[in-house]
Ligand binder design. Structure first.
Ligand SMILES: *Cc1c(COP(=O)(O)O)cnc(C)c1O
Length: 417
């Protein structure tokens, strides 16, 4: 199995492990499989979620140096449940039982365990630099904490992340260090870029959401979930994915292309809607992001759009395969309340975008809404709407009660060493 760049015309190809260690292709494009493999005939659900995900991932590592380690990596990385919640005939896939209570745990953990194996084979060390405005840094810090051959430096803007997010960024010791930067998120990103360009610094890498190692697990849970759905109902569901950078959605497209029983895929965006606009106007125009209640989806220029355009290269095939709807803050609030009033089920603002799209545009089809985060992470938005407190889930509790350790630094990357 080989990987090529979305931009390559020269046919250069890479192994999965090379793609994972490089992050970005040498020409600046994103890694994609040369061709999407088929799900094995012997695919089975009988050994649980992590094993089903392992089987889905296996053909992507055929012939790779991680091939023999893959089963162990999957068992360690996907060590939490992937349940469905069914309410009034509506199914929601809850992807938030990992250590930071959002779906990014799947990708971040798979990447961390894979990198650890690859570095041990090479006897090399890497330092991961992450600039974060919220969720990504927490998932990466948690996933890489305690992994050997790896250390993490998390940079976040002082005073600009939510209190619970700050706990997730700073509650670490050992190989994870947090830096509270006197500046903006853009300053943090600039510092990371400058560090990467400094020739005196070696062994730096990123754990960016465009990394193949973060994307592949998101394919794998769609294979698992759609197969469970098919077994239960005998139907191929529509998968509705709350979307920002479109990494999670790209995973769904790869799963469908592999032969997973998925009817179609629908993207649910917030007020940041470059993909919806493209479908309306035929012109793709990235924009600056606007702030919404579903802040992990505040993306005006989704990085993974390049993978979707590569997969559906002409306008007709893109339209045939991609549907996208935008949901306003007002509709996010209304949906959280509506769902709670109906059944007592509590959803986060991102999931609410998906649920709104299901109710407005897919109500006659069998469907799964993807729940991307636990509502307790967004208690300041959700609690006033439902009129009660949300209990903090066990997975978040540990981090919420650890000692914050962050070093305050000016916006200069030399301060990181
Ligand atoms: C990152 C994130 C999203 C958006 O996922 P993309 O892969 O960027 O489209 C949605 N919801 C939550 C809670 C997230 O953390």
């Amino acid at each position: 199995m080989r990987y090529i760049s979305t931009r390559s015309a020269d046919g250069a190809s890479f192994s999965a492990s090379e793609a994972i260690l490089k992050g970005l292709a040498p020409d600046g494009g994103l890694f994609v499989p040369e061709s999407i493999p088929h799900l094995g005939e012997d695919f089975t659900l009988t050994k649980g979620a992590w094993y089903a995900m392992y089987q889905a991932l296996k053909p992507y590592f055929a012939g790779d140096e991680l091939e023999d380690d893959l089963e162990e990596i999957c068992r360690s990385a996907f060590s939490f449940p992937v349940p469905f919640h069914t309410e009034n005939g509506r199914d929601t896939l809850e992807l938030y039982f990992g250590p930071t209570a959002a779906f990014k745990d799947f990708g971040a953990r798979f990447l961390a365990f894979s990198m650890e194996k690859l570095l041990a084979k090479r006897n090399e060390d890497l330092t991961i630099l992450v600039a974060t405005s919220g969720d990504t840094g927490g998932a990466v810090a948690s996933a890489f904490h305690g992994r050997s051959h790896l250390s993490v430096k998390v940079l976040f803007p002082k005073g600009r992340v939510a209190k619970r997010q700050r706990m997730q960024l700073t509650g670490w010791d050992g190989n994870v260090s947090s830096y509270e930067v006197e500046g903006s998120f853009d300053d943090c990103q600039r510092m990371v870029k400058e560090a990467f360009m400094d020739p005196s610094l070696h062994g730096l890498s990123s754990a960016n959401s465009i990394n193949l190692g973060r994307l592949l697990p998101q394919m794998a849970y769609y294979v698992y979930a759609s197969s469970v759905y098919k077994l239960r109902y005998g139907l191929d569901p529509v998968i509705i994915v709350p979307t920002g950078n479109a990494g999670n959605a790209t995973g769904a497209y790869w799963a469908k292309a592999m032969g997973a029983p998925i009817g179609r895929i629908v993207l649910a965006a917030n007020a940041n809607k470059p993909i919806t606009d493209y479908l309306e106007t035929g012109k793709y125009e990235p924009r600056p992001s606007v702030q919404t209640l579903a802040n992990a989806m505040d993306v005006g220029a989704p990085s993974n759009i390049e993978r979707l355009f590569h997969m559906f290269p002409d306008d007709a095939s893109f339209r045939e395969n991609v549907s996208a709807w935008s949901v306003s803050d007002e509709d996010i609030r209304r949906t959280i309340k509506e769902v709670y009033d109906e059944s007592g089920y509590v959803i986060c603002p991102h999931t609410a975008c998906g649920e709104r799209v299901r109710r407005d545009h897919c109500c006659d089809e069998p469907s799964i809404v993807v729940s991307t985060a636990h509502p307790a992470k967004f208690s300041d938005i959700v609690e006033p709407l439902i009129g009660r407190e949300i209990a903090i889930p066990e997975n978040l509790y540990r981090i919420m009660h650890s000692t914050p350790r962050a070093k305050e630094i000016p916006a200069d990357y030399h301060q990181l060493w």
